[in-house]
Ligand binder design. Structure first.
Ligand code: CA
Length: 227
């Protein structure tokens, strides 16, 4: 089991990591909000432990960002603050549970186990937008009740766009991250456009609302409704 620990306090992070290692869990430590957010959106985790007071991006901002992207991985908030307002704000932002520092490791472990039992990791990794759902483990895509057949490349392309939903994705980003060809002599623009056209025919044209938008001269934007 992989646990992402987003915590700037080296002592707390180190203690949590060695405690989890003793249980056979792999803990990945992120010391800043930016690093934590990046890892949470690019790597699969079974559960995330999230400190609220972080340098840069705050824990609540990270949480809201993950949930806005449709990531449903269980999040356990760790905080030194113990006010009702903070708890409510954390739970409102999509936290699954809450633990106030200092805590006993046995308590942390019990909470993690409960969260993992509740949210199976394959469910936690699913990405959604409107009625579109992509499951990276089963490698299936559906809109509502309709399964959609995609080629391997179309699937990777859609997964990338969905993980960047609400952000403009350029053709350079797609060449680098989906095609893994950042420095090709001939740009991949035409290849990318053909794949986007095919993807649209399968994912967007038979359905409503439209989800894949072209931003002329810039790239693509995946979001619900008109740009
Ligand atoms: Ca902190």
């Amino acid at each position: 089991m992989r646990v992402l620990v987003i915590e700037d306090d080296a002592k707390v992070a180190g203690a949590v990591r060695s405690g989890l290692a003793g249980e056979g869990y792999e803990a990945v430590i992120a010391r800043t909000g930016e690093d934590g957010y990046f890892r949470a959106t690019t790597e699969p985790f079974d559960v995330i432990l999230l400190d609220l007071g972080l340098p840069g991006r705050s824990g609540l901002e990270i949480l809201a960002g993950l949930r806005a992207r449709g990531l449903t991985v269980p999040v356990l908030v760790l905080t030194a603050r113990d006010t009702v307002e903070d708890r409510v704000a954390g739970l409102d932002s999509g936290a699954d549970d809450y633990l106030v520092k200092p805590f006993a490791f046995a308590e942390l472990l019990a909470r993690i186990r409960a969260l993992v039992r509740r949210g199976r990791p394959d469910v936690a990794l699913r990405v959604r937008l409107a009625d579109l759902e992509l499951d990276p483990v089963a490698r299936t895509v559906r809109r509502g009740d309709t399964p959609i057949d995609l080629t391997v490349r179309e699937f990777e392309l859609l997964a990338y766009l969905l993980r960047h939903q609400g952000q403009i994705v350029s053709r350079e980003m797609l060449a680098r991250d989906v095609w893994k060809e950042p420095s090709r002599g001939t740009p991949l623009d035409n290849v990318i456009d053909v794949h986007i056209t095919h993807l649209r025919k399968k994912v967007d044209q038979p359905f409503s609302p439209r989800l894949i938008h072209t931003i002329r001269g810039v790239g693509f934007l995946v979001k619900e409704g008109d740009q």
